[in-house]
Every structure is written in C-alpha cells, then in structure tokens.
Design a protein around this ligand. Structure first.
Ligand SMILES: [Fe+2]
Length: 290
C-alpha cells in the first residue's frame, strides 16, 4: 500500500501579503487558522490545504502525502527501513503544527521535504466558505490537486515516488524541443485523480513548475478567469483542454513566479481498467502562451 493523496502543499514565499490576496481573492481559498509564522488556507473541511511561510525561496518547500490508516503508515515505515531510506519521525511539535496524528519526514532525491502522515484535522464544525464564491474544490479522496516538479535526477526521483511511495504511471507526454530531443513528461496517480504528481526531467530555476487546483464546475473556472483583471493577475496560458487528463483549465503566474493551473472536469483513473498511453501534445485545444 502506498500513499493515498496529496494532502497539503507548503510554499516558502517572499510576499505573504500578495499571496494572501492571490489565494483568497483570486483562487477563492478560505483563510484558515495560521500558526505563528505561517499562514494557512482551506479548500474544504480540512484545517488547511496550503501553507505559506515567509522566506526567499519563492518555491514549493514541502508536500504532505496522506496515508489512509495508522497501519498503512507503519507498513510504509517498514518498507523505507528495508530499502535503507533515511527518514525521521516527526517531533511532537511538527505533528501538532501540522495537526496530524502521526508523520514521517523524508527528503526526495531532488531535496524536497516530503511529509507522509495520517490523521489530518478536519474542521467540519467550520464549513468551507470561499471568499470569492467558488462553489467548491474537487478534493476528498483525490486530495488537494497536483504538483509538477522539475528535476534532473529523474531516475532517482521516479524510483522514490513509485517504488517507495506507491505512485503509478498514468501516461506520458512527449514535447519536441529540437529535431533530435523530445522532453518526456511523466504523470503519476495515487488515487483516481489522473495525476497527483508529474515529473519533468529538466533543469529549472525552481523545483515547482506549477500546482493545480480543480474547481467543481466550469462556471467556477470562468468566474476565476473574470477575476484575472480585477485581481491584477498575469494569465500565462489561455483556456485549453489537456490531452491526457482532459482537464479544462487556464494558467496564471503566482506572486512567486511559478504558475497555478485552475481547472475542472479532469478524468478519473481506475487501476483495474486503466491503460498507460503516450501523448504527442500537451493539449487537445487551447493552452496558448499569453
Ligand atoms: Fe497541470
């Protein structure tokens, strides 16, 4: 058994105030209870899905991967030990800070902090209420969304997420860069979301290329597009539909420079019937660079 979903994402950002306006006013996330030096944002009944910390990196700083049960976490702990992978049990402080029952801290081969946890805090007594009127985010069993990580250590990173943590390949997309070089992106799932993780084998100034939040309806995405101007956001890609997960989405720059994909209606992957395929384009239509 591997991890079940992407539970939360942490970003280290230089402009907390700009991010606060971006997440609440533009993306429609709800402010959660902060925690000393961090700010937290909700997408559903969970205490937080995105955490911001002040810093210079302007990049992703950690991901939280959720395991369904205490036994599942124990199984994973044993697997990591057998494989000789360094991990540390979280301090009581960190567990309390993240609001989880138990947690292991790992570092992926590209240096990203990966927190595998069980027992997140759910605030069903404080209903999610989007300040921008988003009708809802597709989370639940599919987790917070997806992240696309760039790394030159593709073999090690792939091995870490698949063999150790249980991610499964959904498909690949080849992007011709030159007559004799095609960049192959790899898309991985750990639940019915088509991809929770995508890997791009390339050097990049930041670990994160983009993260994606999936809204409940096409209207939510349309209203978010209407807020681009009002919120002074820079759109980076036009509305389009991806070839593999068939997500209808657009892209915008975050205050930290990396991008967010705002989408809806992505297809689901079910392991018993899914077949791995390869695509020659990233999008069926749209997604033109702005
Ligand atoms: Fe994406």
């Amino acid at each position: 058994m591997g991890v079940a979903s992407l539970g939360y994402i942490g970003f280290e950002v230089s402009d907390l105030k700009a991010w606060d306006g971006y997440l609440t006013g533009f993306l429609g996330l709800m402010r959660g209870r902060g925690n000393g030096t961090s700010a937290r944002y909700r997408m559903d009944d969970r205490a937080f899905r995105i955490q911001l910390e002040q810093g210079k990196a302007d990049d992703i700083s950690f991901i939280g991967l959720e395991v369904e049960t205490l036994e599942g976490l124990q199984e994973l702990r044993e697997r990591l030990e057998k494989a000789g992978v360094r991990h540390s049990p979280a301090s009581d402080n960190l567990k309390k800070e993240r609001g989880v029952r138990d947690l292991l801290v790992l570092t992926d081969p590209a240096g990203l902090q990966v927190e595998v946890y069980v027992g997140a805090t759910a605030l069903t007594n404080v209903p999610f209420n989007s300040p921008a009127g988003v009708s809802g985010f597709m989370t639940g069993g599919q987790g917070a969304g997806h992240v696309v990580l760039a790394s030159e250590k593709m073999d090690e990173v792939r091995d870490f997420y698949t063999r150790l943590l249980g991610f499964r390949l959904s498909d690949t997309i080849g992007i011709p860069i030159s007559p004799d070089f095609t960049l192959v992106l790899e898309f991985y799932h750990c639940n019915p979301r088509h991809h929770t993780l995508a890997l791009a084998p390339m050097p990049a100034p930041k670990r994160l290329h983009h993260f994606m939040v999936e809204m409940a309806t096409l209207d939510d995405v349309g209203f978010a597009m209407d807020r681009i101007g009002e919120c002074g956001v820079k759109q980076t890609m036009t509305l389009g539909k991806h070839s593999n997960d068939q997500m209808v989405s657009f892209y915008a720059a975050t205050p930290s420079g990396f991008e967010v994909e705002v989408g809806t209606a992505g297809i689901e992957v079910h392991d018993d019937v899914w077949r791995v395929t390869h695509h020659e384009v990233t999008s069926m239509w749209g997604h033109k660079r702005v």
